[in-house]
Design a binder for this molecule. Sequence first.
Ligand code: OXD
Ligand code: MN
Length: 604
Amino acid sequence: MALTKNKKVLDFVAASAELAQPDKIVWIDGSETQINALKKEAVTSGELIKLNQNLLPDCYLHRTKVNDVARVEDRTFICTKNKEDAGPINYWMDPNQAYELCNEIARGSMKGRTMYVIPYSMGVVGSDFAKIGIEVTDSIYVVLNMNIMTRVGKQCLDALGKEGDFIKGFHAKCDVDADKRYIMHFPEDNTIISVNSAYGGNVLLGKKCFALRIASYLGKNEGWMAEHMLILGVTFPDKTKKYIAAAFPSACGKTNLAMLIPPKHYKEAGYEIETVGDDIAWIRVGEDGRLWAVNPENGFFGVAPGTNEHSNYNALQSTKRGTIFTNVALNTDDMTVWWEGLSKELPEHCIDWTGKPWNPAKFDKKDKSTCSAHPNSRFTAPAENCPCISPEFNSKTGVPLSAIIFGGRRASTTPLVYQSRDWNHGVFIGSAMSSETTAAATGATGVLRHDPMAMKPFTGYHMGDYFAHWVEMGKKVKNPPKIFNVNWFRTDENGNFMWPGFGDNMRVLEWILKRCDENPIDAVETAIGYVPNPDDIDISELDYEICKGKKFDKAALAEILTVDKEKWSKEAEEIEGYYNGTIGSRIPKELWDCLETLKKNCKK
Ligand code: OXD
Ligand code: MN
């Protein structure tokens, strides 16, 4: 039975049903009884495998088709009336053509299936930040994941009332045919259509599709920002708190940084980290002239491989109940899950992510095809499970930002950390970000590509206009956060990581926040911005071996803080090539000025 009298919702559901012709329509009210019944049904059909309920209560495993394991950027379209408005780095399709194409594919595709109607909110229902979406889908997996990742249920329809507007999301699995897979966004119509996929990033429409692509477009028009950023809080020994938002490309450690455990002596001194979000931030200007951020999600869709007690204890703990695992290995000895990096010992009896028995004897770290879990296998875990979830997680106002951090995977050139000279220079740094690609999207991994503000795959409009929006936002904030860039991934000449990363990143966060104080700690001005004086990064009690026989020390720190003008001169040329050759005319003058300054500084 329909759970609302909102005519726009009813019309959308009716039109979707007329197109897809499901046998049945089920409205998701968010009740435990309904969700439990769906889990049961999915276990019976084999869509979910029930895990050991003593060790992993309310946890399940799901396997996708082997052709459907990551976001598909080349099949993800922004469908604006004018091609120009989608910009040069989004795939574009004419909206009429896109609707027609998807209608053709989806017509009758739910025959013999049930269509679920999921009312959900991105953000705390009733807060100024919150926006409501309705996703229709023929996948129980999607319903159950959306129920973890967003706030689902009747309260969202109540918040909409009779007249309220919402983001329309239509998802049909169809035949999971990779050649007919399309993830379409119609920012001018508040609509998303996804067909022929069942992988999270393509089908949990509240996440990348709504909370980033559509929301970035809304943010530009309404004067706020939707960013691919984690949000964390730092508590100082005197119990004061500061908040940081940080943008990194997919699978570059956002979840790890968001849930960081400080080194022992920091903890003993009283430092603590709390997690507000691990992937997405919606940011608005507060009445006090600062930027305030919320995490619009309600769970974590984290990358499993590499997650373990040491690398990310808090993430691992978050997966201990109420979690859906996707494409990890099944340990058949105790019906728990396993993935590469979870433990040093390999399990003896596993079914791999494709559903075949796995032979640990054949496992070769360097050969991904021998892995038991897919490199982009995931956990969908409720945020409330996280031991360090922030008390502000459900705050309606969000948290005030002291700092914004950009970062990527860069083997050379980019120092461990540096600070921009001002807001516009920070925007320039974000716009010029590049990083090596990871398994989060299909395509080659380890290739250096530009990923401005980590938003390359997620900006729902022209990237040049997006840069201009950042510059405009800077004019609206009296008290803007300071902007920094970090690089945890510098390597030595043999490819060994020079910085320990993980919990030790706290040492860099400390410096960053000292730079945000009213009386900031001194820094060294360089061609690219301010870098720390090596003495100002605490490396006490740091025991890290870069490679056999080479320990991390002051000299190594100094090395990863160096700014090589020759390399940066080349970088500036490369950025200029990207600006001119890829982004083009809509880049604001303020960023061209920063590029000129960089070029000049490198010559000095
Ligand atoms: C994600 C991604 O899943 O960025 O968060 O791909
Ligand atoms: Mn992400």
